[in-house]
Design a binder for this molecule. Sequence first.
Ligand code: PRP
Ligand code: ZN
Length: 287
Amino acid sequence: MSTLRIALQTKGRLNTDSITLLEEAGINVEDPGRKFLTRSSSFPVELLYLRDDDIPQAVSMGAADLGIVGYNEVLEKEAPVEVVRKLGWGACRLSLAVPASADYDGLQWFQGKRIATSYPKILRKFLSENGISASVHEIAGSVEVAPSVGLGDAIFDIVSSGGTLVRNSLVEVYRVVESEAVLIANPSVHDDPEKESDLKRLLFRFDSIMKSHGKKYLLMNIPNDSLEEAIRIVPAMRSPTVLPLAQSGWSSLHSVVEEDVLWDKVHALKEIGAEGILVLDVEKLVL
Ligand code: PRP
Ligand code: ZN
């Protein structure tokens, strides 16, 4: 019997969000403690905990069938893996940053400089495309401290909130690549019928979670005279649910709306007599 194995980041920016996604998809994730391989008790998967840098290779070599990792690592490692889904979180970019005290005046500033990074391939490609000759110093971690200890004049690294740069008196001067968390797969997963069918079930759950983002569930009481107008305001996916209230002449109307238009809809519904409007989070959405 073949079991899907998913590689996750042990610690770091994407660790907690990866676990949240799996748990929302009904996959119990026990605290791995000192173990690096665990099995979920609620879904046939094994979880392999690795450094994010090692995840693309683990998947391309088949040590794991799937991986949740930043697209930045997939790009850098040039791993022959399939990007199955962009997950819509873990947004960050790979940027050039210089000491706050530098007299930065544009990309030409980097000519002849030493740049510390954990992303040498992406950086070299960018420098050559822009005709900049700078020396690239590869370091595995804590890139942000490099300039202060004389290990480089500038850095090229992941920026998410920007907090790490501020703490190290660095300023982001050029965004090179945008990234987010992605689900990657070893293409051979499709050849194993058992794994393929578990992957389909998993993707169905991930997609339902992603579709629910930015959606709100709305319920309200509405005078029957205003029902048609209310249905035009909040048409829902197929059509809203309408239930009669015990008090005659009134109905209860349930619908789903996009969060960014929520307040416009609420004002419009108030104007046609809606009362007791309740807004709830949507946790999953199966279409
Ligand atoms: C990245 C990067 C910085 C941090 C930036 O590390 O190396 O340390 O995130 O985030 P911030 O702008 O929100 O402060 P990551 O978690 O990707 O793991 P890494 O240590 O493997 O680089
Ligand atoms: Zn890393």
